[in-house]
Design a protein around this ligand. Structure first.
Ligand code: ZN
Length: 153
């Protein structure tokens, strides 16, 4: 059976960045199971899996625009160190929820100086071209309930 909108796919995947570092993999876990055609995985991967068959293995390259978006410079800001009251030691890589008018937004600390801390509100994979190695383990028709919910059960 091939992958079409309204079918449930089980797949193993390994995700690498442009440098070839493994960012995420399903190896050693259950396959990732998702309902095709309902935006449950990034758009560039979903569109390139359309029509692939059970048992198939393929490499898929996804541009940032079809993955986690491009990087927005205005989401990178310097804030005074005092903004982190209650945090003993502010370190690169720490993640916080910033309270904004649009609700909580995840941010990461990308640089720490004496008086200032640089924070980045971009998704960690924004601006990255993604390389997926995919193995299609199973394809089946979705149930009516799964279609109604828009995700696999
Ligand atoms: Zn459901």
């Amino acid at each position: 059976m091939d992958i079409q909108k309204g079918r449930v796919v089980g797949m193993h995947y390994t995700l690498r960045n442009e440098q070839g570092d493994v960012i995420d993999t399903s190896q050693g876990r259950d396959p990732l199971v998702f309902l095709q055609g309902y935006g449950n995985i990034i758009p560039g991967l979903e569109s390139q899996l359309e029509g692939c068959k059970e048992g198939e293995q393929l490499d898929v390259v996804v541009e940032p625009e079809q993955a986690y978006g491009v990087k927005h410079d205005q989401l990178i800001q310097k804030v005074p160190r005092e903004a982190f009251q209650g945090v003993d030691k502010v370190e690169v890589g720490m993640q916080f929820q910033a309270q904004t008018e649009q609700g909580p937004v995840p941010i990461r600390v990308v640089e720490v100086q004496d008086e200032e801390v640089t924070i980045d509100g971009n998704h960690e994979l924004a601006g990255e071209r993604l390389h997926f190695s995919v193995s299609i383990e199973s394809v089946r028709e979705a149930s009516e309930e799964e279609i109604a919910h828009g995700h696999a059960h």
